[in-house]
Write a protein that binds this ligand. Structure first.
Ligand SMILES: C[S@@+](CC[C@H](N)C(=O)[O-])C[C@H]1O[C@@H](n2cnc3c(N)ncnc32)[C@H](O)[C@@H]1O
Length: 211
């Protein structure tokens, strides 16, 4: 039981855990899957923020691909947004637009990032990924909002994707079936070419099919 005696929404519960952890890293908590037998070898800050190794990969993808426009769905506390921005800062160009649907979580992310030297590279929006409009060609899309929405999100932004761009979809392990199945469905539909990385929570690397 939490605020005003009501059950806390999962995002709000993890938000408080994140504050208490103060940046300390823990072993990844997801259970083993056939494709990832030792999740405890990975690290996490909390159960909502992507695995630390995935955060590092995001920054490296940004420095490798030099995107002008990165779109992220599901900011949570803005930790992955910051890692993307770190890559952009190193590139000296580009920007990341990240949306967070929940106003309480959005306010906390804004508060956490206030004064960050990475702010010039990031734009946080309190919007739903299924309603947000962004202008321009998307070079890198990181889909990390509600698992049930990932397919709709990717389909929403696909027409705006750079044909040589990259789509990264989180939570695609065989244990978290919804996202994995959504990615494979879009591959069967001829929309994407898909790689399934065997990380604890699972990660899809995909490209638009026409490229
Ligand atoms: C897994 S967390 C994101 C973690 C973050 N990307 C990171 O690694 O630091 C998912 C977030 O998506 C938000 N969310 C859920 N549905 C959404 C939607 N339709 N649009 C934008 N954000 C959404 C949730 O409130 C939650 O904060």
């Amino acid at each position: 039981m939490g605020w005003f005696g009501k059950k806390l929404k999962q995002e709000h519960k993890v938000m408080l855990q994140h504050e208490r952890a103060a940046g300390a890293q823990l072993p990844e908590y997801h259970r083993a899957t056939p494709e990832c037998a030792h999740p405890e070898r990975w690290s996490m800050i909390d159960s909502m923020t992507a695995e630390v190794e995935v955060l590092e990969l995001l920054a490296t993808l940004v420095t490798t691909l030099k995107p002008e426009l990165v779109v992220e769905t599901g900011s949570f506390l803005g930790v992955s947004t910051e890692w993307i921005a770190r890559g952009l800062e190193r590139n000296g160009r580009g920007r990341v637009i990240s949306c967070e649907f929940d106003p309480v979580v959005y306010a906390k992310a804004k508060e956490r990032l206030a004064g960050s030297p990475l702010l010039p590279w990031m734009e946080l929006r309190n919007e739903s990924s299924l309603e947000m409009t962004v202008e321009g060609t998307i070079d890198l899309l990181f889909a990390d909002s509600d698992p049930e929405l990932r397919e709709a999100e990717v389909k929403r932004y696909l027409p705006q994707m750079n044909p040589h761009g990259l789509i990264v979809i989180h939570d695609a392990s065989s244990h978290l079936k919804t996202v994995r199945e959504a990615a494979l469905t879009m591959e069967r539909e001829g929309l994407l070419r898909v790689l399934l990385l065997p990380t604890p929570r699972g990660l899809v690397l995909a490209q638009p099919r026409q490229s």
